[in-house]
Design a protein. Structure first.
Length: 117
């Protein structure tokens, strides 16, 4: 049973920083990523990191957010800088367990990030 557990959400002032963490239960993944869902909106891609170490970001967060991993801990992190009120959302960690790239099959429960102006 794969389990993903996010932590690090909270209230932060605009312009501030926040670091989210996601710990995965013991298996490897082709890629892991972060998604977010603002109130009344659909879930959107934020960032991902692949087994190769390659990363990808949504245009809205490029240059402000950084995704990283600790393979020994089977964890990923999302360092969020220069936060804006529009970054307010529930942030979800997800994993793709395929060998060569498939779908995000496993999801965490989410952690709320609120950015106040």
């Amino acid at each position: 049973q794969v389990q993903l557990a996010e932590s690090g959400g909270g209230l932060v002032l605009a312009g501030g920083s926040r670091r989210l963490s996601c710990a995965a239960s013991g298996r490897t993944f082709y890629r892991m990523g972060w998604f977010r869902q603002a109130l009344g909106k659909g879930r959107e891609f934020v960032a991902e990191i692949r087994r190769s170490g390659e990363t990808a970001y949504a245009d809205a967060v490029k240059g402000r957010f950084t995704i990283a991993r600790d393979s020994a801990k089977n964890s990923i992190y999302l360092q969020m800088n220069s936060l804006k009120p529009e970054d307010t959302a529930v942030y979800y960690c997800a994993s793709d367990p395929s060998l060569r790239g498939g779908t995000y099959d496993y999801w965490g429960q989410g952690t709320q990030v609120t950015v106040s102006s």
